[in-house]
Design a binder for this molecule. Structure first.
Ligand SMILES: [Zn+2]
Ligand SMILES: [Zn+2]
Length: 544
């Protein structure tokens, strides 16, 4: 089968065919990668804007810019009794395609500004729960004092981190667990007080070192006495402050010289994918824990029998779901919570047997937000199916241009950037960046945080890479001072991009083990020139 979008050849798994059949949905005509991209078009994860709530006119921080054609409502008002989307109920029109009717409903039902549950002093956050004192932090849970972080779980006091859990006092690090006071590090577990370390375990006081196991006082892989280590550490931090680019380059060289296990899977029985933990029978899955019998799943956890899902949690028997929680036997839904036996719903909470609904809470048997008896709902659904088969819509996902977000603020833009003209041509909206205030005169940033005082937080700084303005917040300054780290010379967004570029793509490719030459699957693109080895060779060479 050739993807109707990118042309690449792909195969269906038997389980996939069965799942789509069971869900009464058509097998997707595009490849898993293009399906994922379609989900990402519906997700703005980290772009926030000032806006006004359409109910109270209150000033809010929102995922939608003021220029958005949609009505945006403050998230607390959305959850209150003041907001009732049943008022937008309408009849199904059998003379019009379903997606056209859905689009008309979408234009009228106010959308929640962002979603943050049980958050304290965390206005500039999204997709997060149980967080405190966080700033520009996204998709994070049970954490506090995080700045510019993405997908952190049970972490405290971290800056610029990505996909880490149970960590404290870390910065510029990704894919780490149970670490404390580590900076610029990747793929580490239970490490302390270290800088620029890769794939290290239960080690502390290490600098520019890969694959240390139960080690201490290592610099560039060489062991030192405590006193020598402290002396060299001082020199290293000075070098990092004076010439951060050369140190970062050295780290990239370290990554090239180190061995990389083809895939990261722990307690994964019959699984294929990357960053899989405690799972069984899952294929083409990336960043998941506690899942079973799934295919093509990304950044999700506790899923069972789910196919083509992204950012979904605690769900079962779902196809084509993104950004959701506790879904059961549902298909083609986005941004929804606790739903069963439903399809084509968006921003809904606690629904059972609903179809094509937006913004509903605690409802059953509704179509385009309109109430039906249980019996009429079944009859209507059968009629709608025939109608949608006739219009060629049945069993197909939402068309891409039904995304409520301008293309360039969605996650899809990170993976597949388009120029404005091209995006508009393809039917997307576009967000023109507002002109940001630039400093009147150039400010010379001190090299280390120690040399800076709080007045620096008032200054508008200019990014060395992008020329865009940015600021350093007092909490950040305190963090850098504490660890003698240099002040960031690029915007938080640029820091995020640099870190993200060190994470392998969520795509499986065929390769050969660099040692035993056996055929393997991996995620590291050949152009990265990494030494990729199979699990057996990794265990022999590095050991866990
Ligand atoms: Zn494709
Ligand atoms: Zn091998």
């Amino acid at each position: 089968m050739n993807c109707n979008q990118c042309g690449l050849q792909f195969e269906y798994f038997n389980a996939e065919k069965e799942a789509y059949n069971r869900a009464d949905a058509l097998l997707p005509v595009n490849c898993p990668q293009c399906r994922r991209l379609r989900h990402l078009i519906f997700r703005n994860e980290k772009n926030l804007f000032h806006n006004k709530s359409c109910l109270s006119a209150k000033k809010i921080i929102s995922l939608y810019p003021e220029t958005s054609p949609f009505h945006i409502v403050d998230q607390n008002e959305w959850w209150s009794d003041k907001f009732d989307a049943t008022l937008f109920a309408r009849n199904f029109d059998f003379n019009k395609p379903f997606f056209e009717q859905y689009k008309n409903l979408q234009k009228e039902v106010p959308r929640w500004a962002r979603i943050v549950v049980n958050a304290e002093n965390s206005d500039f956050c999204n997709n997060s729960a149980n967080v405190k004192n966080c700033y520009l932090t996204f998709s994070s849970y049970e954490s506090q004092d995080l700045y510019y972080c993405m997908r952190l779980f049970r972490c405290n006091d971290c800056v610029d981190c990505l996909n880490i859990s149970d960590c404290q006092l870390c910065s510029m690090s990704a894919d780490c667990k149970h670490c404390y006071n580590i900076h610029y590090s990747l793929l580490c577990n239970s490490c302390y007080d270290s800088y620029f370390i890769f794939d290290c375990k239960t080690s502390k006081n290490c600098i520019m070192t890969a694959q240390a196991r139960n080690k201490e006082y290592l610099i560039r892989g060489k062991e030192y006495s405590k006193a020598e280590y402290e002396k060299h550490k001082k020199e290293f931090l000075a070098q990092l402050a004076n010439n951060p680019d050369s140190i970062k380059k050295e780290f990239l060289e370290l990554l090239k010289s180190a061995y990389h296990k083809n895939l990261n899977m722990i307690k994964a029985e019959n699984c294929l994918g990357n960053f899989i933990n405690d799972s069984k029978n899952i294929i083409n899955v990336f960043y998941t824990i506690d899942s079973e019998d799934c295919v093509n799943v990304y950044d999700s956890s506790a899923l069972k029998d789910c196919y083509d899902n992204s950012y979904n949690e605690k769900s079962e028997l779902c196809v084509e779901i993104d950004t959701a929680y506790e879904m059961y036997n549902s298909k083609f839904c986005t941004y929804s919570i606790t739903m069963a036996d439903s399809a084509y719903c968006d921003q809904c909470d606690h629904l059972t047997e609903c179809f094509g609904c937006i913004g509903l809470k605690k409802q059953q048997n509704r179509i385009l937000n309109k109430q039906y008896s249980a019996e009429d709902y079944k009859k209507m659904l059968a009629k709608i199916k025939t109608h949608m088969e006739h219009t060629g819509e049945w069993g197909k996902p939402f068309p891409h241009n039904l995304t409520p977000f301008p293309y360039n603020i969605t996650l899809a833009y990170e993976l597949a950037p388009l120029k404005k003209e091209e995006a508009l041509k393809q039917g997307y909206m576009w967000h023109d960046e507002e002109k940001q205030e630039m400093p009147k005169e150039k400010y010379n940033l001190p090299k280390t945080a120690v040399e800076a005082d709080e007045s620096i937080c008032e200054k508008i700084l200019v990014c060395e890479k992008t020329g865009k303005p940015y600021k350093i917040i007092p909490q950040e300054l305190k963090f850098y001072k504490k660890f003698g780290l240099p002040l960031p010379r690029v915007t938080p967004d640029q820091r995020y991009k640099e870190l993200r570029n060190l994470q392998p793509p969520k795509k499986l490719i065929d390769a050969t083990c660099g040692l035993c030459k056996s055929p393997i699957k991996t995620v590291y693109p050949p152009e990265w020139n990494y030494k990729i080895i199979c699990e057996k060779c990794y265990l022999e060479k590095i050991y866990e």
